[in-house]
Design a protein around this ligand. Sequence first.
Ligand code: HEM
Length: 444
Amino acid sequence: MPDTATAFPPATKKDPSRTMSAAAAAACNQIVDPDVYANPDALDAAFAKLRREDPVAWCEPDDFRPFWALTKHADIMEISRQNKLFTNGEREMLSYSTAEERVYEQTGGPHLLKTLVQLDDPMHYKLRHLTQEWFMPHNVKKREDAIRTIAKEFVDRMEDMGGECDFQHDIALYYPLRVIMQILGVPVDDEPMMLKLTQEIFGAQDPDLMRDKDLLGDGDANKGLSSIQETLAQFFMYFTGITADRRASPKDDVSTIIANGTVDGEPIGQLEAMSYYIIVAAAGHDTTSASTGGGLLGMLRSPGQLKKMMDDPKGMSRTAVDEAIRWTTPVKHFMRTAQEDYELRGRKILEGESLLLCYPSGNRDEEVFDDPFEFRVDRSPNKIISFGYGGHMCLGMHLARLEMQAVYEELFSRVKLIELAGEPSFIRANFVSGPKSIPVRYKF
Ligand code: HEM
């Protein structure tokens, strides 16, 4: 085990004299706080303040290592497209500094896994290349009939539930799960377990989604980390079985590509393969369910927009889906680390400092979007930053769009009336989150 004193990275503040602006001091604890992510209006207000007063803000929040928060659309793109200069490997997402310290103690590095989002080129490129073709539009399109069949099953289920359901919990949560599990070749019977495991990873800060409720209390990062490790161990066990199976009898699924993948002529390592399954399973599910529910909620709160959608579901679905993904912005951030000094909007970012790419803020940037706080099913153009940009841009974005189009077309061409039947609630998590509950009443 490496010596903690030398293994843990130094605080990412390279200029000791640097201080926070008044805007950053007011907003920085909010933009890392999972509770604020469960209250979208409070989050919007914190980001709007930063965009207005300090768009490249030096932040030193409690319990996290410091970083620059980028809240403007153009700046997020400028940094995201320069993958050599701004890398993922050192710190790809926010994590409590005590938890980071524990990971360093245990692994000698910053990560428990080696997923695409934690890697840089050349390894990132080589691994991404294995499945990239599979996720291109022409290949995803081959799955369209299968996806539409699943969409129909879920809308049938909604109809069968009578006139009321929790759209998020009963429909939006399970539909993308079924799609991604079919693509991975995971049998339907194993889906509840997969759902639980992916939620434990992404919703690890929400008391309803945690493995063990006693683990709440962000002060105790040790317990939180052990909980994530237990979840990962279960994932590993499950996908080790899948790997053996797909090596012995290849099928037409993404697991077969991962299990038999090679890099530089050698089979990919066990940790790389496990990490690959996990990123596809986890990234391919909660993100899409959040934006499917979030988009419906946007429409339910703007009856004029709902009517437009119901009047022409097929004509509207493409733009409505992107608006749902902008509106919800399920992935709240990724991070990059500067490899060289760099100037952005007159601020001097120093080599080794981290940058937080605040996607929900980029998606509300008044300089890019007209009336950014309005949900418009026909918004066009719609330069969403929800899928990121550059070399790490979302691998599954064409799949996510197709899935959402299929379910919106099915739902809105059949439902005659749909309205909110109670107050929605939101997941408490600062990385991937969206609605937790959307009670609706409806007539088919
Ligand atoms: C609305 C749904 C989705 C949203 C908003 C979303 C968002 C994102 C974002 C923001 C990134 C990082 C981009 C960057 O760093 O520049 C990403 C990466 C990724 N996404 Fe998605 N995603 C969605 C759906 C999916 C689906 C359905 C899959 C299924 C395969 C998927 C798989 C991945 C993978 C594997 C990566 C890592 C790519 C890399 O680092 O090279 N995502 N996604």
